[in-house]
Design a protein around this ligand. Structure first.
Ligand code: IDP
Length: 158
């Protein structure tokens, strides 16, 4: 994912310009927000899910690409030289997909960040759709509570 200018996490992407379809728009946005050294291109078959936001009157499409660890590292380094780096994009972050022995640090803790739009929902949906996590693992992560120094857990509002 990426840290945005507004302090929220989100995915590379943005609104389509007039005359663009979702695939064209995402490929353009990725070339602005991501590495030019590593050419990232999606096609319609990479679309995982679409959500309609009645409030914003936006149709939000989520695409996923599988990359090797080496290619991911090149993408991350390349973002530092991207057109939008330091402006709209403040950097990329890897999502920790593990949970530590306290039952909270790692993925559950990551989910407590601020996410733009429905990007948290897109992340969770994508992890299940791609077989990376089960729905049960997602449920557990969403209900995990932080552990404080004295061993107590965050009070859950009733
Ligand atoms: O990663 C994302 N997932 C889902 N929705 C997002 C994401 N990033 C931005 N949005 C939503 O898309 C809309 C446009 O976002 P933004 O202002 O970043 O696009 P822009 O790059 O076209 O200016 C906002 O309503 C925001 O909530």
């Amino acid at each position: 994912m990426q840290m945005r200018f507004d302090g929220h996490l989100g995915f590379p992407g943005g609104c389509a310009d007039p005359g663009e379809d979702a695939v064209d728009a995402l490929n353009r946005e990725m070339s602005e927000e991501s590495s030019r050294a590593v050419r990232l291109r999606v096609c319609d078959g990479d679309r995982v899910v679409s959500h309609w936001s009645p409030d914003k009157r936006l149709l939000l499409h989520f695409f996923a690409l599988e990359v090797t660890p080496d290619r991911l590292a090149r993408i991350e380094r390349g973002v530092l030289a991207a057109h939008d780096f330091g402006g709209e994009v403040l950097g990329t972050v890897r999502v920790p997909l593990f949970t530590m022995s306290d039952g909270y640090r790692g993925f559950p803790s990551f989910l407590r960040n601020q996410f733009i739009g429905n990007s948290r929902q897109q992340l969770l949906h994508g992890l299940v759709a791609k077989g990376i996590m089960t729905k049960e693992e997602i449920r557990e992560a969403l209900s995990a509570q932080p552990v404080f120094f004295d061993g107590s857990k965050e009070a859950v509002a009733s």
